[in-house]
Structure formats: C-alpha cells, structure tokens
Design a protein around this ligand. Structure first.
Ligand code: ADP
Length: 268
C-alpha cells in the first residue's frame, strides 16, 4: 500500500515528516469515505427512476390497444427520463467541480450576463408555475471565473426559488457590488426552510421534505453544487429563511479589479 511505503520512508527522514504524512493519510481516508457515501447515494437515487422506466416500458407494451393508457404511460416515461437526465447532469456538474482544472482558464465575466442566462433558463418553468420572475438591480460588476459553473450556480438558486414558491408569488434576483465583493441575491416568497434545517440544506442529497422535493423534481444536489461552485471561485453562499414566509440565498464573489474600467466591454 503506497501510503504505508511513504510512511516507512518518511520515518527515516524524521518524525516531522511522519506526522505530515499521517495527516495526509487521515485526510485521504476521509475523502475515500465521502466518495463511498456519494456513490452509495447516487446508486440509491438512480435505482428508482431506472426501475420505473423498465416497468413503464412493460406497461406500455401491455396497454398497446388502449390509447388513453398509452398516453398516460408515455407521459410518465418522459417524466422519469427527464429525472434521470437531471440527476446525470448534477453528477456531471459535481465531478467537474472536483476536477482540479475546473478553473484552469478563468474568464472575465459580466455578472449581469450570468444572471440573464440563468433567468432565461427558468422563464418557461416560472410561467408554468405562475411565479413572477424579475431582476431587481443592475450592476456592471465583473468576476473572474468559469461561465458554465457560475450560470449553473445561479440557475440552481433561481430554479429552487421557483420550485418552492406558491403560484401568484414573485422571485426576485438582485446584483450589487460593494467594496470588491459582488452579491447576487435570489429571494422568494415560498415555503421557506425550518430553522433546524438551514445548516443542512447545502449537504449533498439533503431535502427538507423528501416527498415535496421529489414532486418538484429535486435531486438534492443543487445547493451542494452551488456551494462548491462559488467556493471554487473564492466566494461563499448564505441562506436566510423563515418557514412559511420565504427564503433569500446570497452568493458573494470577489469582484474583478477591472470592473470599474471595463465600460467599453461588449455584453453578450
Ligand atoms: P433539490 O434538488 O431537492 O431542490 P437542493 O440541494 O437544491 O436539492 O436543495 C436542498 C433542499 O433545500 C430542498 O430539497 C428543499 O427542501 C430546500 N430548499 C432549497 N431551496 C429552497 C427554497 N428556495 N425554498 C425552500 N426550500 C428550499
């Protein structure tokens, strides 16, 4: 085992090194445990939709002469495959975040462009759920980073805000920058999060209400993707929420220094 070999070699170099490597070893054991948990969770999450797809295909075959049934099963089949696609995309996003080169070539990005892209991806769902969607503030702030990861992070917050809102309410997205920090806030007037769960919502696969989250198509990975994406960019994400009243999620990122001098930059 490579780490034992290293330890043996290090013990010849002196105790300081042995200590260092022992620490490293503990860390790698911890990471291994995290990885095992993650894979166990993924398998669990994938099994249900995969089994459903199989059962629905069988049901479709048997109901071939009953158009109404066929339509019903076909719709369910579509829903399950959409769910599989979402879980797969989340897993891809998370593994991209774990790849060391995710931010190898950061680009200078306009934050209002990132927000506009995330909003665009949510317009149809917002309309279907009768939730108003509005960008409240404009800012010309820029950040260094990976466009796909940052749009995904904002998109996840906006899509959660819509999913956990009630019809007829509004979701607001704001951007502002101050003292070298860019803040993107996503506010909803939805179901909110009970205080005892606030700490846990950024954990992988954590859901406040399992049944509700499943109905809204949640994978339980969205907020953990947000957290990792903004941390990779040297930022953080916070939540304020009251059960029954709504939630506000705030992403904070370091502002790119050229922001104030980039007035000539084209927006996409
Ligand atoms: P999911 O895919 O289930 O939405 P997330 O990681 O995005 O997973 O969120 C974890 C849990 O946090 C959700 O299942 C939900 O219970 C809660 N949550 C996230 N965003 C909101 C919000 N805007 N309002 C209320 N609850 C939320």
């Amino acid at each position: 085992d490579a780490s034992l070999l290293l330890e043996a070699r290090a013990s010849r170099l002196g105790s300081r090194y042995v200590l260092l490597i022992a620490d490293d070893h503990t860390e790698s054991l911890r990471l291994e445990e995290v990885r095992r948990d993650f894979i166990a969770n993924i398998s669990h999450e994938l099994k249900t939709p995969i089994a459903s797809v199989g059962l629905l295909a069988e049901a479709l075959e048997m109901a071939a002469d009953e158009p109404l049934q066929v339509r019903r099963f076909a719709r369910r089949l579509g829903e399950e495959s959409a769910r599989l696609a979402r879980i797969t995309q989340d897993i891809i996003d998370l593994s991209r975040l774990q790849a060391k080169d995710a931010l190898a070539t950061p680009e200078l990005l306009r934050v209002d462009d990132l927000v506009a892209a995330a909003i665009d991806q949510n317009r149809v769902v917002a309309e279907a759920r009768e939730v108003g969607l509005a960008v409240r503030n404009k800012s010309r702030a820029e950040v260094w980073g990976d466009e796909t990861l940052l749009v995904t992070a904002i998109d996840n917050l906006v899509s959660n805000a819509i999913n956990y809102s009630l019809p007829g309410t509004r979701v607001g997205v704001g951007v502002r920058s101050d003292a070298g920090v860019v803040e993107i806030t996503v506010t909803d007037q939805g179901v909110g999060i009970p205080e005892e769960d606030l700490e846990r919502v950024f954990e992988r696969f954590f859901r406040v209400d399992e049944a509700r989250a499943r109905n809204t198509g949640g994978t339980g990975l969205g907020l953990s993707i947000v957290k990792h994406a903004v941390q990779n960019h040297g930022g953080d994400v916070r939540v304020w929420s009251q059960a029954g009243r709504g939630s506000t999620f705030t992403i904070r990122l370091p502002e790119a220094e050229s922001s104030s001098t980039a007035s000539g930059k084209e927006s996409r």
